[in-house]
Design a protein around this ligand. Structure first.
Ligand code: XMP
Length: 536
């Protein structure tokens, strides 16, 4: 899929070893990733049908693919042109496996190129909404009206499909918008059913997965939890596992799963780096003791982190230093836990995919995420990552199934480097205090307005500027706070939340009145891209 910003190269590091580690569930659909930003979205949409979906590298040999016993194969979009010399291709033998294939955008062009037809550069690059006219509803388009809106994003398109294919749909500018092979269960569509801008996209994917591939939707998170618990027990035996807690949903669900599997063999470490939100340390400790009857080590490392951050204003350097300090503190505490053999991490599926991209594409160099990778190698523990097949929303549902409280399960994500990346400029205790108080007001007001669940992340940012104001009769020269609130499905793209003016007014008044040292509040109305969610 071509998109209006730099697209990543195809991701090469979804290793074959991972595939053999995977539990073979009854029903699975496999997505071959040709470098689409939206391969993850395809997987999510398929999982919404209760069918397990896994993303694999695009050039996985057909024999290896067959070993996974998928019920269907989806070829993702991608930024390349099929006729370029080094364009990523799939093993052509996958079309001979007798497994239904759906090619999306670049994936469709590959299908046509492999099985007879012609792809060429479109006279007009098409990006945005389009209306498709469907000429054959059987299979993919079952239950859809004759015309439906879809999202297009392509520079190339299929010019001729030849005898082998039957065209199923067209748009004004794209005469071959969807196709079906006349002999094989191979389909293609030029538009993107996985994005929400194609309103009936989920129905189309449902039709592919259920009607064409014959899945019945047997994959459930409850089964996942049971299997994960069994697997953890088998792997751990009678040894001990350490889990770092941050108060976030990922580490809490990881700990809950481990606790269910191995009880007191689990020991948790909470590093108070002084970069937590207001009252967060106490909240994590109280939630922990309500749910787990096992060891919790709380490390007061506030000074250590403040020292290492003193005088540092450059965002990447802040992250680097926080990463090192975190490893040091964690290591020192872990040594106190006897017989610890494993380290558990709340790595999620998008982290797995993105860390793959980090080696090969530009996507992951935007920010250094200190908690992905690095830690385990330096500590010398064997790694357990029970959530590495799940998306964030699935982790939340799993947390609820495991009995974690709603307040925890639905907590907004908080970055590993904490308030440091929201305290622009130098990180000092007094500046953190201003930020913490302002942030607490933002979150409390969002909750009071009943909008906490409807926004994905809402927080305050302390800007590195002071500005002139007037309070009473006196001139002031004080800090400015930015409020950031975003809505997003996947945190890879995000839009700013349309918060009511009255709510923004209340936040502003309260911050200026109650937080000493602030005389100005702004609201951040940038979307991602081109901005990011965090300011650093
Ligand atoms: P950006 O700012 O990249 O953030 O748009 C996307 C999501 O990632 C979170 N984030 C982080 N999470 N360690 C984390 O665990 C980090 O270093 C980090 N940086 C950003 C951010 O809060 C948002 O949810």
């Amino acid at each position: 899929m071509s998109i209006p910003r730099e697209a990543p190269a195809p991701k090469q590091r979804l290793t074959e070893q991972r595939l053999t580690e995977q539990r073979l569930t009854d029903e699975r659909v496999v997505v071959l990733d040709f470098g689409s930003q939206y391969a993850q979205l395809i997987a999510r949409r398929v999982r919404e049908q209760n069918v397990y979906c896994q993303i694999v590298r695009h050039d996985l040999p057909a024999e290896r693919l067959a070993e996974l016993q998928p019920k269907g194969i989806i070829l993702s979009g991608g930024p390349s042109s099929v006729y370029e010399p080094n364009a990523p291709k799939c093993d052509p033998k996958i079309f001979e496996l007798g497994i239904p294939v759906l090619g999306i955008c670049y994936g469709m062009q590959l299908v046509v190129e492999a099985l007879g037809g012609k792809v060429q550069h479109a006279t007009h690059r098409e990006y945005g909404r389009a209306t498709v006219r469907i000429s054959n509803h059987e299979g993919l388009f079952d239950g859809l009206a004759d015309e439906t809106d879809v999202w297009m994003s392509h520079g190339d398109q299929v010019a001729e499909v030849g005898e082998a294919f039957e065209p199923l749909a067209e748009t004004d500018t794209c005469p071959v918008a969807a196709i079906r092979h006349r002999q094989l269960a191979v389909y293609g569509m030029q538009f993107h059913p996985e994005v929400t801008h194609t309103p009936l996209g989920s129905q189309i994917l449902h039709n592919f997965v259920m009607t064409v591939c014959g899945c019945t939707g047997t994959w459930h998170l409850g089964d996942f939890a049971e299997a994960a618990i069994e697997q953890i027990r088998a792997q751990v035996g009678d040894r001990r596992v350490i889990c770092g807690l941050s108060g976030g949903v990922d580490s809490s669900v990881t700990a809950a799963l481990l606790y269910k599997a191995i009880g007191p063999q689990l020991a948790c470490i909470l590093i108070d780096n002084g970069l937590l939100r207001k009252d967060e340390q106490a909240a994590v400790i109280s939630e922990f003791s309500n749910h787990f009857k096992t060891e919790l080590h709380v490390v007061d490392a506030r000074e250590r982190f403040l020292d290492t951050l003193a005088g540092i204003t450059e965002p990447q350097e802040k992250r680097r230093r926080i990463g090192y300090a975190f490893i040091d503190c964690f290591k020192a505490e872990a040594e106190k836990i006897q017989d610890a053999h494993f380290l558990a991490q709340g790595t999620l599926y998008p982290d797995v995919i993105e860390s793959g991209a980090a080696k090969d594409g530009p996507a992951a160099t935007i920010k250094l995420h200190h908690n992905v990778g690095g830690l385990p190698e330096q500590l010398g523990f064997e790694l357990i990552e029970p959530l590495r097949d799940l998306f964030k929303d699935e982790v939340r549902r799993l947390g609820a199934e495991l009995g974690l409280p709603e307040t925890l399960v639905w907590r907004h994500p908080f970055p590993g480097p904490g308030l440091a990346v929201r305290c622009l400029g130098e990180v000092t205790e007094s500046r953190l205090e201003v930020l913490r108080e302002a942030d607490a007001i933002v979150v409390n007001e969002i909750k009071a307005a009943g909008l906490y669940r409807q926004t994905s992340q809402s927080f305050a940012v302390l800007l590195p500027v002071e500005s002139v104001g007037v309070m009473g009769d006196a001139r002031t020269y004080e800090n400015a706070i930015a409020i950031r609130s975003v809505n997003t499905d996947d945190f890879m793209t995000a839009d700013w939340s349309r918060l009511p003016y009255d709510l923004l007014a209340r936040m502003s008044t309260r911050i200026i009145n109650e937080v000493k040292g602030v005389n100005r509040v702004c609201y951040d109305i940038s979307s991602k891209p081109p901005a990011t969610i965090e300011w650093e």
